[in-house]
Design a protein around this ligand. Structure first.
Ligand code: SF4
Length: 326
């Protein structure tokens, strides 16, 4: 990894849910429970895990779309959590997000041209209306949409085209880092490949960094250089995509790897499934949160959460690989 542009340490976000007006019955959901990682300049860093593991909450907390409870977020030397006013607005231009469902963030009554022009105008990135129009045309071209898309409305586009619009919108303010939250998981496999290819090209051409959030390790393997695997609010393994895919150390990473879609249709019917249900982050199992589903669980796993241990260049939190484990 090149020098980190984004450093996250001890990031935590808990939510109080349920209970109505009664505090006695409210429960705390430990959506993100103290995670840390770094993202290099021009690097695509993946966060992968099942639904409810906290990965989307982590992505939003990094951008302060929701306020973290604790932890450090430093972007190019700047303390993101301490930023306010003009400094926060400037950071929000440099750090953008692409959502799984871009439709929900597009106003159905506003043309695509207006949707792309608005952020350019808000951030004062063009000197004239003519320059705004030229930028919109160039963005549409860059994401592979026809020029007349500017006159059309969100409902006139397919899912893949809408995601291209979502990407163009993020690019409209010349960002440096994009948090892509499940950007292809709602798309058909063939469309997924096209959108991923577009993002890869943009990453190379613009030198963009990505925090790429997905539940499918196969997609992350294609797009990312390094990957963190999250389970119930914590990172359980982190390393290069090649290491995690080729030789997963944590039993959960192995389970995700074995369950990721196989390109060969003939093998898909024999695809293993992820065993067991994910426990609730409101009530995580004692010790290693993964122990009720783990085929290697031993007594220590029920009692103590495993320490984060370095194995070669990667980090793993599992008693099999911790001090005295194996
Ligand atoms: Fe399995 Fe124990 Fe490792 Fe958790 S710590 S993943 S239960 S072996």
């Amino acid at each position: 990894m090149s020098d980190p542009v984004l450093t996250v340490r001890g990031l935590r976000k808990h939510f109080a849910t349920g209970g109505g007006l009664s505090r006695a019955t409210a429960v705390t959901v430990r959506a993100v429970d103290g995670i840390g990682f770094e993202v290099g300049a021009g690097e695509a860093f993946g966060i992968v895990g099942e639904s409810g593991c906290g990965k989307s909450t982590a992505g939003r907390a990094i951008l302060r779309l929701i306020e973290p409870d604790a932890g450090e977020i430093v972007y190019r030397g700047q303390d993101v959590r301490a930023a306010s006013g003009a400094a926060l607005r400037a950071l929000r231009r440099r750090l953008q997000i692409v959502f799984q469902d871009p439709y929900s963030s597009l106003n159905p009554r506003r043309s695509i041209g207006r949707a792309l022009a608005e952020p350019i105008e808000v951030h004062g990135l063009a000197a004239s209306a003519q320059e705004v129009r030229a930028r919109v045309a160039s963005l549409l071209d860059e994401v592979g949409l026809p020029a007349d898309a500017a006159e059309r409305y969100p409902h006139e586009f397919s899912g893949g085209q809408r995601q291209r619009i979502g990407i163009a919108r993020a690019l409209s303010v010349e960002p440096e880092l994009i948090v892509a939250d499940e950007p292809v998981s709602a798309l058909d496999v063939s469309i997924q490949a096209q959108v991923l290819e577009l993002m890869r090209r943009l990453q190379a051409q613009r030198g963009l960094s990505f925090v790429f959030i997905a539940h499918d390790l196969g997609v992350v393997r294609y797009f990312c250089q390094r990957v963190a695997v999250m389970y119930l609010g914590r990172i359980v393994e982190m390393g290069t995509a090649a290491e995690l895919f080729g030789d997963p150390l944590h039993p959960y990473t192995r389970m995700l790897r074995d369950a990721s879609p196989v390109p060969d249709p003939a093998l898909r019917g024999r695809m293993p499934r992820i065993e067991g249900e994910t426990p609730s982050p409101a009530n995580p199992p004692s010790g290693c949160h993964f122990h009720p589903r783990c085929p290697h669980a031993m007594p220590a796993c029920r009692e103590r959460y495993p320490e984060e241990t370095r194995v070669g260049g990667r980090m793993v939190a599992c008693h099999l690989h911790g001090p005295g484990g194996g």
